[in-house]
Write a protein that binds this ligand. Structure first.
Ligand SMILES: CC(C)(COP(=O)(O)OP(=O)(O)OC[C@H]1O[C@@H](n2cnc3c(N)ncnc32)[C@H](O)[C@@H]1OP(=O)(O)O)[C@@H](O)C(=O)NCCC(=O)NCCS
Length: 170
């Protein structure tokens, strides 16, 4: 098997140790909502695994190389009048950054979303203004910048712009 094949697959209970090893990283948490804590406690990891292994058609998948868990990517379906939209959330373990992994994972989960949820029309992501790596990955995956909201984010004592990138069905 190609050593660099990036595959998305359902999470497994055995992903817990890699999750705890890689998620406990301030460089990851600093670019995410406060729902992803730093330090990242074992209980949070156990809670996450219990949640993501439940669904028959999972909306949150493990990013893997050679079946090894190295990150997570998920589609978060919106409610009410926004039900045709899903927000993308993702992170890649720091030792694997800069190898095109997020770009590939974003492409794969977007195709997966449009294939399995026929009502889904738009997949969007909201990187912080300073998160150039995430913006590049989205652009390389074919997402378009739809908006830049000034200073809407407050994270770790800093104010950030909120960028909105999206991909549409077909
Ligand atoms: C953002 C993140 C997912 C990117 O993962 P990745 O696998 O390294 O991304 P890719 O390799 O597919 O693409 C990143 C691109 O941005 C570029 N890049 C990364 N950091 C950069 C920076 N500070 N300035 C300019 N370009 C940068 C890379 O060089 C690469 O482009 P290239 O392939 O043309 O060289 C990863 O850094 C991460 O998990 N960060 C913390 C969590 C996070 O930010 N999640 C996303 C929230 S919206």
């Amino acid at each position: 098997m190609d050593q660099n094949t990036i595959t998305l697959r359902p999470w497994r209970e055995t992903d817990l140790e890699n999750l705890l090893k890689y998620a406990n990283n301030a460089n990851i948490a600093t670019n995410l909502t406060n729902g992803f804590p730093h330090p990242y406690p074992r209980e949070k990891g156990e809670e996450m695994i219990a949640k993501v292994t439940k669904a028959d058609q999972p909306n949150i998948l493990a990013i893997t190389i050679n079946d090894e868990f190295i990150g997570s990517i998920g589609l978060h379906f919106q409610q009410d009048i926004f039900f045709r939209n899903a927000e993308l959330g993702y992170w890649v373990a720091e030792p694997f950054w800069g190898r095109g992994i997020a770009t590939s994972a974003i492409k794969q989960i977007t195709a997966y979303g449009f294939e399995h949820w026929p009502h889904l029309d738009r997949v969007f992501a909201r990187p912080f203004g300073s998160n150039i790596g995430s913006q590049r990955a989205l652009e390389k995956a074919g997402f378009l910048l739809e908006a830049r909201l000034k200073g809407t984010i407050y994270k770790n004592d800093r104010v950030e712009d909120e960028l909105i990138y999206a991909a549409r069905r077909g």
